[in-house]
Design a protein around this ligand. Sequence first.
Ligand code: KIV
Ligand code: ZN
Length: 515
Amino acid sequence: MAWRELVRKEFSPPEKVKILDTTLRDGEQTPGVSLTPEEKLEIARQLDALGVDIIEAGFPITSKGEKEAVKLIAREGLNAEICGLARCEKQDMDDALDCDVDSVHVFIATSKIHMDKKLRLSRDEVVRKAVESVEYCKDHGVTVEFSAEDATRSEINFLLRVFREVVDAGADRIDIPDTVGVCIPIGMFNLVRKVKETVNVPIAVHCHDDMGLAVANSLAGVEAGAEEIHSTINGLGERAGNASLEEVVVSLKYLYGISTNVRLEEIYKTSQLVSRLTGINVQPNKAIVGENAFAHESGIHTHGVVTSPETYEPISPVIVGRVRRLVAGKHAGRHGIKEMLSEMGISLTDQQLKEVTERVKSLGDKGKEVTDTDLLDIAEAVALYPRKIEEKVKLKELLVVTGNKVTPTSTVRLEINGNEYTSAGIGVGPVDASIKAVKKLVGEIANLELVNFKLDAITGGTDALANVVVKLRDENGRIISGRGVREDIVMAGVEAIINAANKILSIRHASKNKE
Ligand code: KIV
Ligand code: ZN
């Protein structure tokens, strides 16, 4: 709560802020998003479990399905106040009232540009419509929240006049929308302060993110005394979206010490549900709910968080229903890799850990993402090649010739028991040719037969990691598997054969010593 004292000393924020969630209305206005009534209901239930105070369930006039969805949600018996949006038009308000909502959110634009170009109404006509609409909804027994659309581009004295008159007409709450996201925090602060000096009802702010300032502007509104914030899950909404609910509530709590009714531990689940049903993926670096929000890659950071999480985590991921993720990549360090592997139940020697880290870094240098499974495969490959198994067979050189008019040919030079041997092989492809060349040499010393060769790409792309598992049979019928993981398929295949050969030789050596 770094700023709590400062904010309290300098400003007058409320102790608690209400959250109006408009994921199902402004959020659904995200280009390309359209939800069925059942999907909207599913999200509304989760928003209720999340603990938002008000669910703006939709804009009933827009379609039959939308009206049905708002009705379904209003009749669900949720704890949250259910709200429907309406323009200052009788049919809009009737459609919202038909849905049995607890509140109607009525709006009309108050900026010159909207009044002249869109509404074609004079200032007095706008005031009259606003006042009559508030009265109409109040006469129907619902709570009324009034928004002056495009408030931040409206002439201030006119805006204050509209607010004064709608409050006199019975509006229960006033909302200040930054409809096209052009406000700045100090501007929102001053605006909210002026509105609070003018009317005596709770003030809400509704900020769009066109300049990436929606959350900052919302928080500035709270600093000046706004008691309600309109926000959406994952920051969905028209154009660049609205203030993101998760960023708003976590900032309120941890930076300002201001509480909300939101159960933070439900945040991630809600974000995932909304992302799945809307089909809008959350950007990986999105605060709080993005894939990387609690992921650490660099050696310095992973070492820090593993030793003491608060070094690089402003809040614990558990608070918002998440877990920390350590990522293997080119910035990785041994501490992080060790921790990741130990979470997978793998413990390596220092030497093996060093080799795994080097391989991970080398992949990272090639721009590859190393997933957990990749890391596991690399670790297993390294561990299967344990230093305690004496490396009787070592690859010294591999040369492959291939092309569309040549027979794939491979030449290998191996060190076996301290002596060097060279062999060549031809095959249907470079892998086949190399395996044959290697097999010739190791077969000579161990009489090995290749019974199985399996190749998987374990990372995507043309520079994928190749995972080769081979099975060799020795003269006693013993089947030994070997594995190789490399960016180069041929190298992975050769490594797998050599790995298996060394295991067989060391088993033989061990059993000879026993005799
Ligand atoms: O952005 C806006 O102005 C709105 C209003 C309907 C409140 O969404
Ligand atoms: Zn909006």
